[in-house]
Design a binder for this molecule. Structure first.
Ligand SMILES: NC(=O)c1ccc[n+]([C@@H]2O[C@H](COP(=O)([O-])OP(=O)(O)OC[C@H]3O[C@@H](n4cnc5c(N)ncnc54)[C@H](OP(=O)(O)O)[C@@H]3O)[C@@H](O)[C@H]2O)c1
Length: 342
């Protein structure tokens, strides 16, 4: 069975790497055919993530023209061709036409995406597309980094940068649920107040009055010891302070480049305090179907039980995707940016 699919769709295409103006709206773009093992999803809501800006600028290499966007929630409208006899019979992982799903792959800035069935998962009843898309990639990242990259334990001192952002908003809550003592940074009074509302133990405005003094402030709060772990997605502007603020035998998790990449680092910088560093990517923790479903279901449980709140900064149309990138890169946003298709 398939659901009706029109001949063309609306999509926003990255013509060539560049600034947000390189993202061009197309009102009549071809709809992809799902290949074997793929499902075609009619997207209802797609997420805009900071990683999209890395592919847009060319910081992360990729082919152009292309459709950016790594996640969306919607309805399965077609499956790829049936498996040949010798092939894995469960290549569609039990997905059926009509299922409400969320996926992590490529091509979300479009009404329809053909994505590997292995990276799509059925949504629980009652979880709205927008809430799922607001939480999926960011929430999986928060869970994987706090459960596997460094396993956060009750009582740990944790420093989290950019805590009002898409990942930060969810990670602050995940850390508090794990019993951590959270020192968060955020840029500006409004962001600080939002993160305080999530129960962070101390929130530092690292763009305001306290500014560059955030390292001293962390040391003061932790009685001169430093924190057990730093989660740093800001990169270039914070990496040195993060190394200063971590305690002896502590861990620094660098997981993003919002201000630019962490420069190459001589390993002996780690010796004086016996510091461990990690540079994880979410996709390394959800490489098997079992891992992907395990994290997805753990996140759904947190969302449907109300244990995790989502924050949506704004819903953008496909035509407004360039503006969404400008907003995200100008540090104006709190929580998640989404694309709605109507
Ligand atoms: N490794 C992984 O698997 C993985 C997965 C998901 C996300 N990430 C990373 O996690 C980070 C957060 O992603 P997100 O989509 O949720 O974005 P986001 O946190 O909503 O947006 C980025 C935030 O970074 C802060 N920032 C600090 N310096 C900045 C600068 N010079 N330019 C722009 N922003 C700056 C801003 O918050 P303030 O104003 O509060 O400073 C800004 O709001 C990104 O670095 C992303 O690459 C990594």
């Amino acid at each position: 069975m398939t659901l009706p699919v029109p001949p063309t769709q609306k999509a926003t295409i990255l013509s060539t790497p560049g600034d947000p103006s390189a993202l061009l709206y197309h009102p009549a773009h071809p709809i992809p055919q799902p290949a074997p093992g793929q499902v075609l999803v009619k997207n209802a809501v797609a997420g805009i993530n900071y990683i999209d800006t890395y592919f847009r600028t060319g910081l992360y290499p990729g082919q152009t023209p292309t459709i950016l966007g790594r996640e969306a929630a919607g309805v399965v409208v077609a499956l790829g061709p049936p498996a040949e006899q010798d092939q894995d019979q469960d290549q569609y992982h039990g997905l059926r036409v009509g299922d409400r799903v969320i996926w992590l792959a490529n091509g979300g800035y479009a009404e329809y995406s053909a994505v590997p069935a292995g990276m799509a998962v059925r949504l629980p009843d009652g979880l709205a597309f927008a809430d799922a898309a607001a939480a999926f990639m960011s929430g999986l990242t928060a869970l994987a980094l706090t459960r596997e990259t460094y396993r956060v334990r009750a009582g740990d001192w944790v420093l989290l940068h950019a805590a009002a952002g898409g990942v930060g908003f969810l990670m602050t809550q995940v850390l508090k649920k794990a019993g951590a003592r959270v020192i968060a940074t955020a840029g500006g009074r409004e962001k600080v107040e939002v993160v305080e509302g999530l129960g962070a133990d101390c929130v530092i405005d690292y763009r305001g009055g306290e500014g560059k003094g955030w390292v001293e402030r962390v040391m003061e709060i932790t009685g001169g010891e430093g924190v057990d772990v730093v989660y740093d997605s800001v990169g270039k502007d914070t990496w040195e302070g993060s190394l200063e603020a971590v305690k002896r035998k502590g861990t620094v998790v660098w997981f993003g480049n919002s201000s630019g990449p962490v420069p190459p680092l001589p390993l002996n910088r780690l010796s004086p305090k016996c510091v461990k560093i990690a540079r994880p990517t979410l996709f390394g923790y959800i490489a098997t179907r079992q891992e992907f479903e395990g994290y997805a279901h753990a996140l759904f449980e947190l969302l449907t039980s109300g244990a995790l709140k989502v924050k949506i900064h704004g819903m953008y149309s496909l035509e407004d995707v360039p503006k969404a990138h400008v907003d995200l890169e100008s540090r104006k946003t709190m929580g998640k940016l989404l694309i709605r298709f109507d």
